[in-house]
Design a protein around this ligand. Structure first.
Ligand code: NI
Length: 137
């Protein structure tokens, strides 16, 4: 049975400030530059959620992408959209809200949520030019 990867693209926007509260102001400035702006800044994020599995003989699908969309919306996108990662998002509490940390947090939530589908990859675009990928290891 061929194994196929299907991907749903989701979009959201959110604010953050990238800084380490253990650093001095000078260290934060030197390390994070304008991402350390104390009054926040925002991004239009794009999230690609990929699930891999065999094709169901009865449907011809790996899984119903509308159901995957609903799951991702309920579990992560609806929780972070139009929010501030530093202030509003419980699962990011105490974590520097870089794309690296956000994608790992998303994985921990989505991996059980898409079961029995197998989450195979997340890609998170913070800008047109910068993205991170995570495959769970
Ligand atoms: Ni930023």
């Amino acid at each position: 049975m061929p194994s196929v990867t299907v991907t749903r693209r989701m979009r959201f926007n959110a604010a953050h400030r990238v800084f380490n509260p253990a650093f001095s102001d000078a260290e934060n400035d030197a390390t994070f530059g304008k991402c350390n702006n104390p009054n926040w800044h925002g991004h239009n994020y794009t999230l690609d959620v990929s699930v891999e599995g065999p094709i169901d003989k009865r449907t011809g699908y790996v899984l119903d992408l509308a159901k995957l969309r609903d799951t991702v919306e309920r579990e992560v996108v609806g929780v972070v959209d139009h929010r501030n990662f530093n202030l509003d998002v419980a699962f990011m509490k105490g974590v520097i809200p870089t794309s690296e940390n956000i994608i790992v947090a998303f994985w921990k939530i989505l991996q059980p949520a898409v079961s029995p589908g197998r989450l195979s990859k997340l890609v998170l675009w913070e800008t047109e030019n910068n993205y991170v990928e995570y495959s769970g290891h």
